[in-house]
Design a protein around this ligand. Structure first.
Ligand SMILES: NC(=O)c1ccc[n+]([C@@H]2O[C@H](COP(=O)([O-])OP(=O)(O)OC[C@H]3O[C@@H](n4cnc5c(N)ncnc54)[C@H](O)[C@@H]3O)[C@@H](O)[C@H]2O)c1
Length: 275
């Protein structure tokens, strides 16, 4: 997609972090916006902020883990604007625990949002996007959709799954509907509140929570605004794979050079040496 002016973009998880920055960036580029989030207060605030920039906005509360609600969001957005050209499946949460201590409830909660939310969002909009002269689907994975640190099994399971789902979709669209582009996004550390809001389980959860927040602060080297600009640049280039931050680009290379042993090097660099 070479020009975003006048296009309608639907974003999940738009009330905070990367989603919020995307809404502001896209409003500045003349897009119309369908914004959704589970946090209605923050959603109202971002809707107001982008309206103040002159963008036409439709906002809708949704829990992306609920298929009916995601389908209602797609219908709401399409009904309001008549057409949607870009969908960004961005909503996500974090969970820190080892496999042994992880509760099924938290495992399912995370998969519901980070994987099923993306699958529901993709399928809810897909028939409509296929009918557009030009369209783009952006699914947010993570650098943890490329490497798998300890205590991130559920998050990695979801983000690796988003990558597999999105790459297969991209290859289907290339064959059958080449006017629909598909990007998978792998951010490195982005300075948002995701770690502060994370669920932490297992032995020493309280101490691990503060360590995790501290570690995240040190490694989150890219601002949400910069992340949004990189994603938008990727959409404008029809980039199949969008890595955000020099940390993500470096880790991606290390994973390819050391597919079985990358954690020895990456873990040491992140201050978490493998024993
Ligand atoms: N921040 C990072 O370092 C980083 C790195 C890699 C990938 N990501 C991914 O980027 C995406 C955005 O994360 P962020 O860092 O901006 O987080 P964030 O916490 O700042 O924003 C996430 C947004 O999603 C919303 N949300 C959470 N659960 C929801 C649900 N069930 N239904 C609808 N909305 C819901 C939240 O209310 C929030 O507004 C996520 O998919 C995350 O996994 C983030």
């Amino acid at each position: 997609m070479r020009d975003l002016q006048g296009k309608t973009v639907a974003i999940t998880g738009a009330a905070d972090g990367i989603g919020r920055a995307l809404a502001l960036e896209l409003a500045g580029r003349g897009c119309r916006l369908a914004l959704a989030d589970i946090d209605t207060e923050k959603l109202a605030a971002i809707a107001e902020a982008v309206r103040a920039r002159g963008a036409e906005v439709h906002e809708q509360r949704l829990d992306v883990a609920e298929r009916d609600q995601v389908e209602a969001f797609a219908q709401g957005a399409i009904g309001h604007f008549g057409a949607v050209q870009v969908v960004i499946n961005n909503a996500g949460v974090a969970l820190s625990t080892n496999v042994e201590a992880m509760s099924w409830e938290s495992f399912e909660w995370l998969m519901g949002i980070n994987f099923w939310g993306v699958a529901y969002g993709t399928r809810a909009f897909l028939p409509h996007l296929i009918a557009q002269p030009e369209a783009h689907i952006v699914n947010i994975s993570s650098i943890f959709g490329i490497i798998a640190p300890p205590n991130q099994s559920a998050y990695c399971a979801a983000k690796f799954a988003v990558r597999g789902f999105t790459e297969a979709l991209r290859h289907e669209m290339a064959l059958e509907h080449p006017q629909v582009n598909v990007s998978c996004v792998h951010p490195g550390g982005i300075a948002t509140q995701i770690a502060a809001k994370a669920r932490v389980e297992g032995p020493g959860a309280n101490q691990r929570r503060s360590e995790m927040i501290e570690r995240f602060r040190a490694m989150a080297i890219t601002t949400p605004d910069e992340a949004a600009r990189v994603i938008v640049a990727g959409i404008l280039k029809d980039a199949p794979r969008i890595l955000i931050g020099k940390d993500a680009r470096r880790i991606d290379v290390i994973q390819r050079l050391m597919p079985g042993t990358y954690w020895k090097l990456v873990g040491r660099n992140l201050g978490r040496p493998a024993k």
